[in-house]
Design a protein around this ligand. Structure first.
Ligand code: PLP
Length: 427
């Protein structure tokens, strides 16, 4: 599929049935797989032969869907995980262990920030958070001798900052480590970070990829371009024998193309077991088949909503990287010329009370702890996800008490604007 355009890859990537085989990816609802001899199975355990033996490690349905996402991103290997949280944890933990350090953008998703700042710190991994807007000098100063990776989000959820992927990749490579980018909000339809020097991509497939609020999931994709062996001393897990796998050295045996994902599957999935169910992988694939049709509509609707709000006298600010004049408009044009995402955030001249009143009167847009869905959904962080914080703490976290996050679905833009308009009359 690799010579086809992204639209074709969304529909047909990852699975090409042979004569008389099912047109749709079969759901292999089986925990295990049968073999004639113990020797046959032994070869699989030694990673000497490829094949299926237990769904915690690999399942054909999941592999087809991972192969599609891999193709869409332009990578060499990919794996599905049970959630976006698992994908980000595995991607980082596959190369950074106790005593190591990671540089991360400060505006990443709250769940990922918590994973890094609280939970992974307890595992002995240290993180330095830098502003996505930092200078090259500030970025380079964040590295330490034990730094193993750099992490950022193409478009941050919910801050809507745009990562200067080339700047972050350059700094990562100058220090001999890979750049990991969470590409959830942009999706490979709008941005393929590998084309800009990123080495590993992660996804919360729960968002646009699934697109219908049906299944939580995640994915990790490797570009196959980071040369682990050239930085052998930094990545012993990939470049020295794995005693828990009969002395295999992943970077030697599986090369640039396969080492990262094979190690991640053979060690982390084996031991932590955050698998996606084949049923959910099937649902995810249905979402992927229309991703290229939905993304432009999400973006179009968000631009219409952002433009409407920008001109409204009751609105104090609008943040949307696809809107001319936005702080990240130029970066968005560079990395995502065809569109960014469907999420807009904005605030009210009337402050927190105005935001609360507005939310109460929305009819079409539903209040949900979700984004990037076919149906428009919205959240007032100060009274929901961030309600434990006082107004001062909110401002420090970059979330003003009047901020509303509005995730435009694929309904008619005129109906979304009419809903916003009628809710605003009550403010
Ligand atoms: C939602 C989200 C996650 C977490 O994904 P889950 O599937 O909810 O575990 C990670 N990164 C980004 C950018 C997200 O939006």
């Amino acid at each position: 599929m690799s010579n086809y355009k992204i639209n074709t890859k969304c529909v047909q990537g990852g699975y090409t049935p042979g004569n008389g085989e099912p047109r749709q990816i079969p759901i292999v609802q089986s925990t295990t797989f049968k073999y004639a001899t113990s020797e046959d199975m032994g070869k699989l355990f030694d990673l000497e032969a490829s094949g299926y033996f237990y769904t915690r490690l690999q399942n054909p349905t999941n592999d087809h869907v991972a192969a599609k996402i891999c193709d869409m991103e332009g990578g060499t290997a990919a794996m599905l995980t049970s959630s976006g949280q698992a994908a980000n944890f595995y991607a980082v933990f596959n190369i950074a262990n106790c005593g190591d350090h990671v540089v991360a953008s400060s505006t990443i998703y709250g769940g990922t920030y918590n994973l890094f700042h609280v939970t992974m710190r307890k595992m002995g991994i240290d993180f330095t958070f830098v502003s996505p807007d930092c200078t090259e000098e500030e970025l380079n100063a964040a590295f330490k001798p034990n730094t193993k990776a750099v992490f950022g989000e193409t478009i941050a959820n919910p801050a809507l900052t745009v990562l200067d992927i080339e700047k972050f990749a350059k700094a990562a490579h100058a220090h001999g480590v890979p750049l990991i980018v969470d590409n959830t909000f942009a999706t490979p339809v709008n941005c393929r970070p590998f084309e800009w020097g990123c080495d590993i991509v992660t996804h919360s497939t729960t968002k646009y990829m699934d697109g219908h609020g049906a299944g939580v999931g995640g994915c990790i994709v490797d570009s196959g371009r980071f040369d682990w062996m050239a930085h052998k001393e930094k990545f012993p897990g990939l470049c020295t024998p794995d005693d828990s796998y009969h002395g295999i050295t992943y970077a030697e045996k599986f090369g640039l193309a396969g080492a990262f994902i094979t190690k991640c599957t053979a060690q982390l999935m084996r031991d932590f077991g955050s698998i996606q169910s084949p049923q959910n992988a099937f649902l995810l694939n249905l979402g992927l088949e229309s991703l290229h049709v939905r993304m432009p509509r999400h973006c179009e609707n968000a631009l219409a909503v952002a433009s409407y709000l920008k001109a409204h006298p009751k609105i104090s600010f609008v943040t949307f990287p696809g809107l001319e004049g936005d702080k990240y408009y130029d970066l968005a044009q560079k990395y995502m010329p065809d569109g960014t995402c469907g999420v807009v955030s904005f605030g009210f001249k009337g402050g927190r009370t105005a935001a609360e009143t507005f939310m109460k009167h929305l009819k079409l847009a539903a209040i949900e702890t979700h984004v990037a869905d076919a149906r428009t959904c919205t959240l007032h962080p100060a009274s929901a996800t961030h309600r434990q914080m006082n107004d001062q703490e909110l401002v420090a976290a970059g979330i003003t008490p009047d901020l509303v996050r509005f995730s435009c679905g694929i309904e008619d833009a005129a109906d979304l604007i009419a809903d916003i308009e009628q809710a605003l009359t009550h403010v």
